[in-house]
Design a protein around this ligand. Structure first.
Ligand SMILES: Nc1ncnc2c1ncn2[C@@H]1O[C@H](COP(=O)(O)OP(=O)(O)OP(=O)(O)O)[C@@H](O)[C@H]1O
Ligand SMILES: [Mg+2]
Length: 277
């Protein structure tokens, strides 16, 4: 199977959706310094869907994710999770930021155990949960280290373990693998797919890697240059579990081509804007 164009905010998708983004736009600053980061965006994400978002740098991807996370408020529109308006962060939404947001004064173990502790688990239980996720991201040997003792990619893996340790229903991931080498990235992609299949989490995942977007997702969203809006969306069903060599298939190459072509125009536009600003 290849990719198939879909509308992601039809009334029927909205009706059953776990996460609904309705007319969400965002403007930063005012006067001469005003930046329109997002044009109104509509998106409905069903429970258990894995939605990846690609778009040129600066098009508002992180802004959109931060609105869903509850760290930013939209200028217009609203984001709704399970029928409740999102107004603040919550433990049912696990976030991994584009740049590490670890507690620098805590060890890897304490960083990852922090969420379970905050949710009322005992120290022993929290450490047990944390240990499981630290192992999953391959950092057991570094559990006692502090963030400054780790490489950027390792810090990012701690961030992933920390988000997973809360066992959130929804994972919001902002380019979590950007700093990783190709091998680690592929291994962790497979881990994430396995976790997703096992736990049926709902995932919103930003990436600059078109291959990653295609491998991971049930749906791929392509955004325009800033002010970002949704340019196209596709249902997609490539899986390395089923075929480790799926990236070599003509269907995959064709899907990649479609998305590269869409993004190329947008990236040129983004460059042009940056040259003007
Ligand atoms: N807190 C803020 N105050 C002012 N402007 C902001 C703020 N956050 C983001 N912006 C602006 O909003 C626009 C979108 O930023 P955003 O970080 O969402 O882009 P992005 O798509 O995540 O880019 P990248 O791919 O480079 O991470 C940019 O022009 C940025 O300068
Ligand atoms: Mg970003």
């Amino acid at each position: 199977m290849g990719i198939e164009s879909v509308a992601l905010a039809t009334p029927s998708r909205r009706a059953g959706a776990k996460l609904v983004v309705e007319g969400v736009s965002k403007r930063f600053g005012g006067g001469e310094d005003v930046v329109q980061a997002l044009q109104p965006i509509d998106l409905a994400v069903g429970a258990g869907e894995f939605v990846t978002i690609v778009g040129p740098s600066g098009c508002g991807k992180s802004t959109l994710l931060n609105i869903v996370a509850g760290f930013e408020t939209p200028t217009t529109g609203r984001a709704v999770l399970d029928g409740r308006l999102i107004g603040a962060p919550g433990p049912e939404r696990g976030v991994v930021f584009q740049q590490g947001a670890l507690f620098t004064w805590m060890s890897v173990m304490d960083n990852v155990a922090f969420g379970p502790r905050a949710l009322g688990k005992s120290v022993t239980e929290a450490r047990e949960i944390a240990g499981k996720y630290i192992e999953l991201v391959g950092l057991t040997a570094f559990a006692k280290r502090y963030p400054y003792e780790l490489s950027g990619g390792m810090q990012q893996r701690v961030g992933i373990a920390r988000a997973l340790a809360n066992e959130p229903e929804v994972l919001l991931m902002d380019e979590p693998f950007a700093a990783l080498d190709q091998q680690t990235r592929e291994l962790l992609q497979e881990e994430i797919r396995a976790i997703w299949r096992r736990t049926a989490k709902t995932i919103l995942w930003i990436t600059h890697s078109i291959e990653e977007a295609l491998f991971l997702a049930t749906h791929v969203v392509v955004m325009t240059a800033r002010p970002g809006r949704i340019k196209a969306a596709f249902a997609c069903g490539f899986s390395r579990e089923a075929d480790p060599l799926v990236a070599t298939t003509p269907a995959f190459a064709e899907a990649k081509r479609t998305i590269v072509a869409l993004l190329r125009r947008e990236s040129l536009e983004a460059q042009r804007q940056e040259a003007v600003n």
